[in-house]
Every structure is written in C-alpha cells, then in structure tokens.
Design a protein around this ligand. Structure first.
Ligand SMILES: [Ca+2]
Ligand SMILES: [Ca+2]
Ligand SMILES: [Ca+2]
Length: 264
C-alpha cells in the first residue's frame, strides 16, 4: 500500500468517525462522561441551534417578515431583536435570570394520555416578551442540554407582571384533562421514572432550571406556594417542592395557571 493511499484511507476513516459522532449527537445524549463525550455534546448543541435558527427564520418568513439578526455575534444563538406590538415594531423585552420561574410540572398523569396531558407552569415576576425563550430538559443532570423548543413569532409574545404561563402537550381541554387556557403547546415528553428536569434560557443565558425526583402518578410536582413571589433560586432546592393535593381533574392533582399550594 502506498503512503498516499494510506493517507487517503486514514482521512476517510476520520470522516466516518466524525459522521458517526454527528449521528450519535443527533440521536440523543451519550451516556458515558468523558472529554470525547463533551465534544460530541458540544457538536450536538451546535447542530440543534442551527436547526432552531432555520426554524425561526422559516416561521418568520411564513409571516412575511424576517427576524432581525442578534447583536449577540455568537452564531450559535438566534435572537429576534424586535417584535410587533399592535403592528408597531419595538425591541423585544427579554426576561433576565430570575424573572421567569419554573413553578409546577406535571410529568405523569393518571388515566389521561400523557402525550396530550403533560404540562408545566412558569411564573413571570415582571412584564416581559417570551420571543426567543428556549426550553429544554436534561434527564439525570442539572446540565443544560440542547434546547427542545424556542418560542418565535413576528408579534410580541407579551406576558404581564405577576402572571402564570401554562405550557401543555395539547391545547384541547377534552384531551389535556380540562386544563385552563394553554399559552403554548410543547412536543417533548417527560419520563415518569427519571428525575424531572427543566431549564429556561434566552440568548444562551440560563434563566432558571430545576431538578426534582421522579414524579408521583397523578400529582404535579409543585414549588411550595404561600411564601411570596416564586424564586428561581429557591426552586433549586428539591426540598422546596412537593406533590400537589388540589384536584384539577377527577384523577389528577395540580394548580395549572394558578398559585401553588403550600407544602406540608
Ligand atoms: Ca410522562
Ligand atoms: Ca432554579
Ligand atoms: Ca400552579
């Protein structure tokens, strides 16, 4: 075998290894933890963000408008700088860390089809726009993985101060267990046996994240209510969470889009 042929084959092998790493990154997070794994995760994040970027622009184009490019020059993150408020363009009023808090998650419903009935709730302490908000989940770790959804619209996705935002797998109250008005539909799933994790980020900045134990069937996991404004740092402590005891459905407990119960 000539030296030239060996070089060619070695580069082909390298190409195959890279391709398999990219496929692995797209299929899901690797189990082992190592430097190589970190590189694969980084590559996976990069690909996801490229995919999301395309989606954001596609959505905006279908509305006949283009999202402005971010001042953040990190190409991995997409940001929409302006949105339409009553038809008038203005800067997006993004939340900062602590302004948007994860308050309740229903990963494991009784009776209902979970692919339509899972939900989670956020609390907005201040008025804000949710344009560009990214949400994701990482099983078994507080690590922030690739975002699983990004909120995008040509119009400002406004949220008033001191209000709850409800995300559910379906907006159909006949399918989702009779939830109150759903603000946003999500398509990823919560497992019922692993720890429940969720994070929120905007322009690459983590706004909030939680890691809880595995859920009790039929009960939401809720941040203890009754102690003033929900806090994105207090909710880091799993001891501040408990199962809801308020029924919103004949076989399911939680307080979707409403103040949480106190914990015993
Ligand atoms: Ca589930
Ligand atoms: Ca937190
Ligand atoms: Ca609630």
């Amino acid at each position: 075998m000539s030296r030239k042929t060996w070089r060619l084959r070695r580069s082909q092998v390298a190409g195959l290894v890279l391709a398999s790493m990219m496929v692995g990154a797209l299929l899901g997070p690797p189990v082992a933890s190592s430097h190589v794994t970190d590189n694969i995760k980084h590559l996976g994040n990069h690909i996801w963000e490229k995919v999301i970027k395309r989606k954001v622009f596609t959505r905006t184009q279908s509305d006949g408008r283009f999202a402005a490019k971010s001042h953040n020059h990190d190409a991995r993150y997409v940001a929409q700088d302006t949105c339409l408020d009553g038809g008038v363009s203005r800067p997006v009023d993004r939340p900062g860390p602590g302004q948007l808090v994860i308050t309740e998650i229903m990963p494991d419903t009784n009776v209902l089809n979970e692919a339509q009935a899972e939900w989670f709730e956020l609390f907005a302490g201040d008025a804000m726009d949710l344009n560009g908000l990214q949400i994701g989940r990482a099983v078994g770790s507080m690590d922030v993985g690739p975002p699983l959804m990004t909120l995008a619209s040509a119009n400002c996705i406004e949220v008033p101060a001191s209000s709850y935002v409800l995300f559910a797998r379906s907006a159909d109250s006949l399918a989702n267990g009779g939830l109150p008005a759903v603000d946003h539909v999500f398509s990823f799933a919560f497992t019922n046996t692993d720890p429940t994790t969720l994070f929120l980020s905007s322009e690459g900045t983590v706004l909030d994240r939680v890691k809880l134990g595995s859920p009790t069937p039929g009960s939401s996991q809720q941040l203890a209510g009754g102690f003033g404004t929900p806090s994105a740092s207090v909710n880091d402590d799993a001891a501040e969470w408990c199962d809801s005891e308020s029924a919103y459905h004949t076989d399911n407990y939680g307080t979707p889009r409403a103040t949480n119960d106190g914990c015993p």
